[in-house]
Design a protein around this ligand. Sequence first.
Ligand code: NAP
Length: 237
Amino acid sequence: MVTGASRGLGRAIAEEYLRAGADVVVNYNRTPVDELLSLATELGRRAVAVQADVASAADCERIVETAVKEFGKIDILVNNAGITRDGLLMRMDEEAWDTVITTNLKSVFACSRAASKHMMRARSGSIINISSVAGIMGNAGQTNYAASKAGIIGFTKSLARELAGRGVRVNAIAPGFITSDMTNVLGEKVREAVLQEIPMGRFGEPSDIAGAALYLASPLANYVTGTVLVVDGGMSM
Ligand code: NAP
């Protein structure tokens, strides 16, 4: 199950999983996921689309229950859906704070709570939470976003400790600057300045994150839990 699978990183992750042979529940909020559904058919896999707003705990539960109903179980949960509402703290209103924290962080709580129930019963599962280097380094103009992403890291490590003995692994990925609708809105000057900070000399692609998500979901990561995998071309080291 991948939340926010209609665009950007979530879509690339869902695609990577389909190509690796998984059946996938793809959540979206506003953007249809028809192309992913067609790709699944082409690959001989099943993809089930669920429209839901992850800011609502009831909606998160509904996505998980759909996955279990359609496939009989849930092996992998990727908490990817996320938004930004940037602005300096002095000008940030309560709504911009609440919306970002609810969409980015409460969703991780609600989807993980719903999915881990089934994973614990199966004594197997992998939860992957998409954080950000902003949650590690901080970023001016993103107090709400960075707080949500740092919160995800604390959540990941705590839940990893809770579930380690139950066969369920919980990890986070902290992407750097990845080309997507989220970063395309930033001005040329900002993009140039960020590029200067990336030792590898390029922005990341959604497929770079999909590779990390495939690894963490796979048996190759069988002994990996509670970790934050930074995928940023060296930006935050
Ligand atoms: P994006 O291109 O803006 O895509 C965001 C995705 O999240 C869309 O599929 C969107 O669905 C979905 N979404 C947003 N609000 C939702 C809601 N309330 N309920 C359900 N789905 C919702 O962003 P992205 O760059 O792919 O980012 C994906 C994740 O990676 C986010 O958590 C982001 O914070 C994180 N991240 C991104 C970067 C980067 O450089 N791009 C860096 C670090 C971390 P709809 O289209 O249907 O609204």
